[in-house]
Design a protein around this ligand. Sequence first.
Ligand code: UT7
Length: 327
Amino acid sequence: MKPLAAILGTGHYVPSRVMTNADLEKIVETSDEWIRSRTGIRERRIAAADEHVSDMATYAGKAALESAGIQASELDLIILATLTPDYTWPAAACLVQRKLGAFRASAFDISAACSGFVYGISLAQAMVAAGTAKNILVIGAEKLSAVVDWKDRNTCVLFGDGAGAVVVGPNQGRGAILSTHLGTDGTAVELLYQPGGGTVCPVSPESLAERKHFLHMNGKEVYKFAVKVMGEAAELAMAKAGLKSEDISLFIPHQANIRIIEAAAKRLELPMEKVFINLDKYGNTSAASVGIALDEAQAAGRLKRGDKTVLVAFGAGLTWASAVIEW
Ligand code: UT7
C-alpha cells in the first residue's frame, strides 16, 4: 500500500553563541582532549537569556514551512517535542502557534526527551494517514543550557541548544514515511531525569540547595542502553518497511556521542560514510538533534530522490524511536 503521509519540508535553527571545549575548560575541571575523545563534541550553541524554546521552535518551524511551501495559516496542528518548555505549563507549542500566527492549528507538547521529535513524526504520520489532520508541523526544540548543572563536568560538557522541524502532510511522491517504531522502558526513569520542580519534589529552598532542578544522569548506564537500542530500533523500523541495511543511503542518529553512533553503525553494518554526524558542532540537543541533522543533511544534498533514510533516537524515559523515510 502506498504510504499516506510524507515529510514535505525541513528546517532548523541554532543560536549564534558558540561555546567551545576551551570555553568549558574555564568553567569546570575538563579538557578539550577528554571531551573530544569521549564524545566527539568540539563545540555547542548556547541560547541568549531572552531566547526561549518557543522562539527557537518558531524559527525552525518557519524554515520548515518555507521549505514545504506551506503557509502558517494552512497548519492543522503543531506538535512540539521538548523537555525544556518556556513554562511548566501550558505547552510551549501554544506560544509557537501565537508566534507563527498559525491560528487554525491546535497545538500541544510531547514529552519523550531525546526521542520526542521522532515520536512526533510517528504521531503526525498516523494522524495524516487517518485523515485527522492534513498539515502538521513537528518541532523538536531545547534550551538545555537552562537545565544543565554548570558545576557538573559529567553532564554540562555534553549538551547544547537549538531546534529542528518538519512539516508532515499527505504523500505526493516525495519524503514518504515508510515506517516508524516507538519504544519505552519505564523501569529506568531515574537514569536520566530532573528530580526537582515536578510534583514529587516541588521547588523549595532545599531542592535548590540540593541542585535537584538540574539534569541528573548515570552516563555509563545510559551509554550501555543507547548502544543496544539504537541498532535494534533501526532494524525494527527497517524490517517494517521491508528493507535491509544495504538499502539505506543515510543513517541519521540522535547526536549524543560519536562512540554510541559508531557502535550502532557497526551493528547495522553501515559504513560511517552513510552516517550523518554534526554533534561536533552542536553537542547533544536532545529533542532537537535529529531534526537539525535532517535539515543539514537535506541542505548538504545528502537526501537524493529515492534515497531511503533511517532516523533513530533514544533518551530519557527510557525511550527510543525510529522512522524510515523515502526521499
Ligand atoms: O540523549 C541521551 C543523553 N545521554 C547520553 O547519551 C550519555 C551516554 N553516556 C556517555 O556518553 C558517556 O558515558 C559519557 C560521555 C557521559 C562519559 O564517558 P565515559 O567514557 O562513560 O566516562 P566515565 O563516566 O566512565 O568517566 C571516566 C572518568 C571519570 O573519572 P574517574 O572516576 O575514572 O577518575 C570521570 O570523573 O572521566 C571523568 N570525567 C571527566 N573528565 C574530564 C567525567 N566527565 C569529565 C569531563 N572532563 N567533562
